[in-house]
Design a protein around this ligand. Structure first.
Ligand code: NAD
Ligand code: UDP
Length: 315
């Protein structure tokens, strides 16, 4: 059955893939964005679609619409962007959640929150299961993002308990792929753009810190399965790829796949930068019909490199 679906942050990296997939599945999609980090370019190929609508709006302000489902993705995700205006970042997470939950309550829509592995902070439990409460600095550089997302999770659960809103929460681990902003500042886009331009590859710290990288297609699949998961299952559920790599390993893979002669250089490690991160996806496998990531890092990097290569040549 055709649903009308609101996607906040729909012009961003992940949102644009979600818009496309849900449209292709025969739904009506309303993409809401203030274009802080997103871009019309990410969704311009959808503009002519009869069932696609674009709304310029900021989620810190209430918004009214009749919809069946809401995917709440609006929020800058790269440290460079979320630290640019930290107060705005936390307002986006907290007031954005309140406004979208209020809307869901009024129109009886099901609502999914894009939370993050950052709720685990610099984790002392490895890999991270959903039952781990995390190790987050409440007053650090990353707090506007981490604590904003933690508070959004709280609001989602409380709107369920108090107002019976049908909520779903996913905790997304580092995701990469086409439509990432080349100036995004995240590690995968930085390394690829640097390698393609022959610039030095900027390793922060000694490069032994780890991340687990998920290709965007796997995330979109997990996200939609979560929206459609059994009644009463709210999560939070980890959606990530358990393949864990150091930043040095990532840089070497990017150099190899781009045939680049770029040199690795070391820059200071930002404060509060987590040392390790890897999802425990047992819960997702159990609750989301055996969902698990399918795209291996090298395969996803090849696709992402092709995207940035084309983008840089066009520029
Ligand atoms: P992104 O920055 O590409 O997309 C975020 C989108 O939200 C952009 O289009 C931006 O313009 C929009 N936006 C920001 N503030 C807004 C506001 N106040 N009102 C309306 N729109 C606003 O980031 P992304 O990687 O696509 O992330 C999407 C969501 O997934 C975010 O909520 C992010 O926290 C979460 N997430 C992403 C990752 C990842 O690795 N990509 C990891 C964990 C969580
Ligand atoms: N990083 C790096 N060089 C860069 C950008 C990031 O070495 O040019 C490191 C960063 O210090 C962190 C890891 O890569 O340890 C992942 O950073 P990103 O900003 O992509 O995501 P997050 O830290 O939010 O997981």
């Amino acid at each position: 059955m055709m649903k009308r679906i609101l996607i906040t942050g729909g012009a961003g990296f992940v949102g644009s893939h979600l818009c496309e997939r849900l449209l292709n599945e025969g739904n009506e999609v309303v993409c809401l964005d203030n274009y802080f980090t997103g871009s019309k370019k990410n969704i311009e190929h959808l503009m002519d679609h009869h069932y696609f609508e674009l709304v310029r709006h900021d989620v810190t302000q209430p918004y009214m619409i009749e919809v069946d489902e809401i995917y709440n993705l609006a929020c800058p995700a790269s440290p460079v962007h979320y630290q640019y205006n930290p107060i705005k970042t936390i307002k986006t997470s907290v007031m954005g959640a309140i406004n979208m939950l209020g809307l869901a309550k009024r129109v009886k829509a099901k609502i999914l929150q894009a939370s993050t592995s950052e709720v685990y902070g610099d984790p002392s439990v490895h890999p991270q299961p959903e039952s781990y409460w995390g190790n987050v600095n409440p007053i650090g550089l990353r707090s506007c993002y981490d604590e904003g997302k933690r508070c959004a999770e709280t609001l989602f659960m409380d709107y369920n308990i108090q107002n019976n809103v049908d909520v779903k929460i996913i905790r997304i681990f580092n995701t990469y792929g086409p439509n990432m902003n080349p100036n995004d500042g995240r590690v995968v886009s930085n390394f690829i753009v640097q390698a393609l331009k022959g610039e030095d590859i900027t390793i922060f710290g000694d490069g032994t810190q780890t991340r687990s990288f998920q290709y965007v297609k796997d995330l979109v699949e997990g996200t939609i399965r979560m929206m459609n998961s059994r009644d009463g299952f709210m999560g939070p559920v980890n959606i990530g790829n358990p393949g864990e790599f150091t930043m040095i390993e990532l840089a070497e893979k990017v150099l190899k796949l781009t045939n680049s002669k770029s040199k690795l250089i070391h820059l200071p490690l930002p404060k509060d930068d987590p040392m390790q991160r890897k999802p425990d996806i047992t819960l997702a496998q159990k609750e989301l019909n055996g969902w698990e990531p399918k795209v291996h890092l090298e395969e996803g990097l090849v696709k992402t490199i092709a995207y940035f290569d084309k983008l840089l040549k066009e520029a």
